[in-house]
Design a protein around this ligand. Structure first.
Ligand SMILES: NC(=O)c1ccc[n+]([C@@H]2O[C@H](COP(=O)([O-])OP(=O)(O)OC[C@H]3O[C@@H](n4cnc5c(N)ncnc54)[C@H](OP(=O)(O)O)[C@@H]3O)[C@@H](O)[C@H]2O)c1
Length: 279
């Protein structure tokens, strides 16, 4: 007699690896994206990996093929650029995509009025449009095939206002809401949608952060590794969980944001992010 979990999985499958299907990972050249690509390869998925640095992607692809025997296609793409983004979206719309990990993202720290306006606009393109366009591209075929998995890298930072991190927090609020809304629309479609909303994960993204301030605020043992975040995210996607929140700080932030008024949360987290920016 199959267990309840097994029955649930049969009703709403994330496609098993197959030779013609591809799992796509954006931002695969380092950090969480690299870990997602590695975990998917270890689970037997053929891949399309993308980021800007082609050589880094080629090395990763060769290593994954060597170790796990999977096909890995490399697409060097700057997702800030609408024309490069459209080209990738067109390709994904025409391919058999089983899993999309829309993960590429970046962050800025500091008062928005003092940051480079072009950089802030680019952040919106990458973090918001770079995810939205690719999700829209893969949706029709996934829905038609009644199967697929979409993992969106939002953030615990998208749960509240964050002075000194305004554009990043806003783009992540967009992703958090988009992911969970989309999941509601696709409830009985066979397509899984899971939001990854982590707190601090040790990756290159935190290079701009004042590391002594970061370690003072979040002690070393509370940081999550990219490999752990990737594993629990793909497990959660398999179970069609609405949101996966790896790590104690992220869980604490989520609970605080649920119960505290935004007017109280904003200045509190603003002070923290000011310190992270070296202020
Ligand atoms: N690390 C954390 O603490 C944390 C917490 C919450 C949420 N997240 C989210 O998780 C995701 C991954 O974060 P991470 O920490 O792994 O970041 P990361 O180490 O900085 O990696 C970012 C990835 O995005 C790619 N990328 C950056 N700009 C790009 C562009 N213009 N076009 C295409 N690709 C681009 C980078 O590759 P190239 O440089 O080769 O282009 C890299 O592969 C992000 O969306 C981030 O917001 C991270």
């Amino acid at each position: 007699m199959p267990s309840r979990v097994a029955l649930y999985d049969l009703r709403m499958p994330v496609p098993a690896p197959s030779s013609d299907a591809r799992a796509v990972v954006t931002g695969a050249s380092q950090g969480i994206g690299e870990a997602l690509a590695t975990e998917l390869a270890a689970r037997g998925h053929n891949l399309i990996i993308t980021a800007r640095r082609e050589e880094v992607l080629n090395n990763l692809a060769a290593g994954l093929t060597d170790k796990y025997g999977v096909d890995v296609e490399v697409r060097p793409v700057d997702l800030v650029d609408p024309s490069q983004r459209a080209k990738l979206a067109d390709e994904l719309a025409s391919r058999n995509i089983s899993v999309l990990c829309a993960n590429a993202g970046n962050a800025t720290l500091g008062p928005v009025a003092e940051l480079d306006p072009a950089g802030e606009r680019a952040l919106v393109q990458l973090n918001a449009a770079g995810v939205h366009d690719l999700v829209l591209a893969v949706l029709p075929r996934m829905i038609e095939g009644k199967a697929g998995g979409i993992l969106i890298s939002g953030s615990a930072a998208g749960n509240s206002p964050i002075p000194h991190n305004a554009t990043y927090a806003s783009t992540k609020a967009f992703l958090n809401t988009f992911s969970e809304s989309l999941r509601g629309e696709l409830r009985s479609s066979g397509v899984h949608v899971t939001l990854l909303a982590p707190g601090p994960v040790r990756t290159g993204m935190l290079e701009s952060v004042d590391s002594s301030a970061a370690t003072k605020l979040v002690p070393n043992y509370l940081w999550v590794s990219a490999e752990y975040a990737a594993k629990v995210s793909l497990d959660a996607l398999g179970r069609n969980k609405m949101r996966v929140v790896p790590g104690v700080p992220a869980k604490a932030m989520s609970v605080a944001n649920q119960y505290l008024p935004r007017g109280i949360v904003a200045p509190m987290v603003g002070r923290v992010y000011k310190k992270l920016g070296g202020g």
